[in-house]
Write a protein that binds this ligand. Structure first.
Ligand code: NAP
Length: 273
């Protein structure tokens, strides 16, 4: 749930590297469309991905179905000035063949002052070009700096690297966000497929009748205010991943995973991919 009270699907679809390989294109589009059929209606993309190619592919995939989708894109930090943000957003809208984004994120912190980016995001919101805005890859100090600025209270999410092997945010950033009911969008929830090949997780999953990818996703989905956005380019894998929603983990299973993949014991620098 967003801080505004609007509900969004906890299971979305990532698109990094989509649109890069012509041979894979048709299946990538079919996968995104199948996701819409099966309720994974949040789609995460960015102007950065393939220099706009991922947005173009998403535009094709959602053609005629825009109203079913909760569409998320991101502005690059070097574009995140007062005018640059507006212009980047308009280019994204063109590639996506739509008149609005549901959520627009600052991709990571760059040299532009937060106040300037926030002013641009608020202007885009007033103009109806974006419905909500938020941030990505901001650490606790960044959040404490941006939140009190004009427009900072409207930040709807922080999209962060978060999975069983990247639990650093649980030390201080996640509690800070939870206290404010700001959901986390967990990116690289499969650690870019490394978790799928993790032998300990594979053994756990086998033991409980799920696949390794399902176990990784079910662990994230067990938490309130966490949205997962795994990327997969094949329909068969998408069906498998969505199966995570049918495996609500028990307290005992969560404790077992906590022993295999321990939580942080102290603060650490925010990890990014
Ligand atoms: P990910 O979702 O953790 O992993 C994607 C990889 O896992 C792909 O290689 C995919 O293969 C593979 N995969 C998916 N399901 C599988 C399954 N059931 N079995 C085996 N392999 C499977 O990594 P990600 O793409 O980095 O992260 C997800 C999304 O988060 C991105 O696409 C992007 O939208 C977003 N993201 C945001 C940031 C940011 O800075 N804000 C950074 C990174 C990612 P195939 O594609 O071949 O199916």
């Amino acid at each position: 749930m967003l801080p505004s009270g609007e509900r969004v699907p906890a299971f979305g679809q990532g698109t990094w590297f989509m649109g890069d390989d012509r041979a894979a294109r048709a299946e990538e589009i079919a996968t995104l469309r199948l996701g819409l059929d099966l309720g994974a209606t949040l789609i995460d993309t960015a102007e950065m991905y393939g220099d706009g190619r991922a947005e173009q592919l998403v535009g094709e995939a959602i053609a005629g179905r825009r109203d079913e989708v909760f569409l998320v894109s991101k502005v690059l930090p070097q574009n995140a000035t007062r005018r640059g943000t507006v212009s980047a957003c308009e280019k994204s809208l063109k590639r996506l063949k739509t008149d609005r984004l549901d959520l627009y994120l600052l991709h990571w912190r760059g040299g532009v002052p937060f106040a300037e980016t926030l002013a641009a995001l608020a202007a885009l919101q007033s103009a109806g070009k974006i419905r909500h805005y938020g941030v990505s890859n901001l650490d606790l100090a960044d959040m404490q700096e941006i939140a009190p600025l004009p427009g900072g209270a409207a930040i709807a999410t922080n999209q962060l690297l978060y999975n069983l092997t990247r639990r650093g945010i649980e030390w201080d950033l996640l509690p800070w966000l939870n206290a404010r009911r700001i959901p986390v969008m967990a990116y690289s929830p499969l650690d870019q497929a490394r978790l799928v090949n993790n032998q300990q997780l594979a053994a756990f999953a086998r033991n409980y009748g799920m696949t390794t990818a399902q176990a990784a996703l079910a662990w994230l989905l067990a938490q309130d205010d966490v949205i997962v956005i795994p990327k997969c380019a094949r329909r068969e894998r998408l069906r498998e991943n969505l199966g995570a929603l049918d495996h609500a983990l028990t307290e005992a299973q969560l404790a077992e995973l906590g022993r295999l993949f321990p939580p942080p014991q102290g603060p650490s620098a925010l990890e990014m991919l």
